[in-house]
Design a protein around this ligand. Structure first.
Ligand code: HEC
Length: 175
């Protein structure tokens, strides 16, 4: 009230421009806020799309999605990267392609970058992941988070010389 009285009583002419300046400022702040929020959503969407593309084109589904190669890639996306219980047996023991949807839940972006570049047992092509840029690996991270947690943990690694209980692919010994 006192402010209004002051404006009315002493500066009627300045009242209008002043009020419109405020409105303009409010409108600008509002729209700027919206713009940066939607820009953020767009960046996130672009990362998810890029991650999806990379996962599909670089073959992660071949091992980390159950039945993917057998079905020529025609597997519901909701099952992608939930891991496969098919064992890979060789001189290194028997390994199982992990449920990446679960693995990623415990990691932030930075942790994912070093996790993805850590040497693994065959046949995981960890050396290929090492050649991916931070931006590409981060995009895969965003895609995995976007898909969300699903499925169960895969069987634990079985050391060489021990018999795995489930099905497995036998690699020949090195010639
Ligand atoms: C030829 C099969 C194969 C392909 C292709 C493959 N992986 Fe793997 N991956 C595995 C296996 C098997 C393991 C478990 C290795 C071990 O036990 O040391 C694994 C483990 C991993 C791990 C470690 C997860 C954990 O348990 O903490 C990550 C991360 C990973 N893979 C990411 C990827 C990504 C991303 C791609 C696609 C670029 C990919 N993998 C392609 C077979 C594969």
């Amino acid at each position: 009230m006192p402010l209004l009285n002051y404006a009315k009583g002493h500066k009627p002419a300045a009242d209008k421009p002043c009020a419109s300046a405020w409105l303009l400022a409010l409108a600008l702040t509002g729209s700027l806020g919206l713009d940066s929020a939607s820009a953020q959503t767009q960046t996130e969407q672009a990362a998810v799309e890029r991650g999806r593309y990379l996962v599909q084109a670089s073959g992660c589904n071949d091992c980390h999605t159950p039945g993917y190669p057998e079905a020529a890639g025609q597997v519901d996306e909701r099952l992608w990267l939930t891991g496969s219980p098919l064992g890979w047996r060789g001189p290194w023991g028997t390994t199982y392609a992990s449920n990446l949807r679960q693995v990623v839940q415990a990691l932030d972006e930075q942790q994912w970058l070093s996790h993805a570049r850590t040497p693994r047992r065959p046949p995981m092509p960890w050396f290929n992941l090492r050649t991916m840029s931070d931006a590409d690996l981060t995009a895969i991270y965003h895609y995995l988070r976007h898909l969300g947690a699903a499925g169960a943990a895969m069987p634990a690694y079985v050391p060489a010389g021990q018999e795995p209980s489930g099905p497995y692919v036998q690699f020949p010994s090195a010639p």
